[in-house]
Design a protein around this ligand. Structure first.
Ligand code: UT7
Length: 320
């Protein structure tokens, strides 16, 4: 049995927060934010919308596009670093409840911005082992709830949103996900963290931006090269290069080092900012909705985030 990427969906919160919002509140400029990050605006969830609400809305679309009933989903995995509740219940359980799905396994994973790729590999393993048939994977974040809006070095980078995909069993090898590789190195734990229960400080995200930036470019470039070589892929075999959307300069540096053409590179960081685990599925959904992603297209995904964690994947889009 093979795992195939059947559908994509996303939920983009309504409120748009422009760079001007930050310029009016702290010592920064639109020019600095745009030049250093490529971000013009990001979306912010409303006060009565939690991460599970964003995730449930994205999931409904993904399940519908997969041509399935909610009752046919047999596993839900939610990647998030901004769950509704601190330790329990998991956001996946809350999403299951909002979708009216009961009596199946549902759990969260914590792999920061790499969360969606981690969830994809977990889904693939459950399917290939024959244990599950239709796995709903979600990247959902209300990062505005863990951002220190007095820290000008990080607060303008992040936004809210959610993306979801259905990964299904198939016996057609042609539709299968080609390969996924995920890694972690906890010795870099101090680069990106939320002190939370370990500290008296509030549970806000802290980041050593410049160091993270340099490691991200180096690690992602090597990781993608390794994946491409392992699978004997050339750039022309990839239709869309869909990287985690943290910073335009990281995407450009990695894309240039790997020699991808501009038409292959997908960019959404300008309008959504960094939405951590949601950034890749939101970007895939953008491509799907604007007709850039078609059935049978080969996607190359890569991500890097707190942990440190990183990963990349070669995934054929097996949706309609
Ligand atoms: O998604 C998970 C992974 N995350 C990432 O990969 C993010 C990685 N990091 C980044 O995206 C970038 O490092 C930042 C956008 C956060 C910062 O860009 P940078 O080019 O690394 O700048 P920097 O931290 O080296 O700071 C350059 C200068 C500093 O001033 P001095 O020391 O040169 O006088 C900062 O104080 O820019 C200053 N600065 C600002 N100036 C205006 C920092 N934040 C701001 C700001 N507005 N908001």
């Amino acid at each position: 049995m093979y795992a195939s990427f059947r559908s994509i969906g996303a939920y983009i919160p309504e409120e748009i927060r422009s760079n001007e919002w930050f310029v009016n509140r702290m010592d920064t400029t639109d020019e600095w934010i745009t030049k250093r990050t490529g971000i013009n605006e990001r979306r912010i969830a409303s006060t009565d919308e939690n991460t599970s609400d964003l995730g449930a809305k994205a999931s409904k679309i993904a399940i519908e596009r997969a041509g399935l009933e909610n009752s046919e989903i047999d596993l839900i995995i939610c990647a998030t670093i901004s769950p509704d509740y601190l330790c329990m219940p998991s956001t996946a359980c809350l999403i299951a409840d909002k979708l009216g799905i009961k009596n199946i396994m549902a759990f969260d994973i914590s792999a920061a911005c790499t969360g969606f790729i981690y969830a994809l590999q977990i889904a693939q393993a459950f399917i290939q082992s024959g244990i599950k048939k239709n796995v709903l994977i979600i990247g959902a974040e209300k990062l505005s709830s863990i951002i220190d809006y007095t820290d000008r070095t990080t607060c303008m980078l992040f936004g809210d949103g959610a993306g979801a995909a259905v990964i299904s069993a198939t016996d057609n090898k042609d539709e299968a996900i080609t390969d996924i590789q995920c890694s972690a190195d906890g010795s870099f734990k101090d680069l990106l963290l939320t002190p939370g229960v370990q500290s008296e400080e509030a549970s806000f995200m802290q980041m050593k931006g410049n160091e993270t930036f340099k490691i991200a470019v180096r690690t992602l470039t090597n990781d993608v090269k390794k994946l491409m070589e392992k699978n004997k892929f050339e750039n022309k075999d990839v239709d869309l290069f869909i990287p985690h959307q943290a910073n335009y300069r990281i995407i450009k540096a990695v894309g240039d080092a790997l020699k991808f053409e501009d038409e292959q590179k997908v960019l959404t960081v300008d309008k959504y900012g960094n939405t951590s685990s949601a950034s890749i599925p939101m970007a895939i959904n953008d491509c799907y909705e604007n007709g850039k992603l078609k059935s049978g297209d080969m996607m190359l995904l890569d991500a890097f985030g707190g942990g440190l964690t990183w990963g990349s994947a070669l995934v054929k889009f097996a949706g309609k």
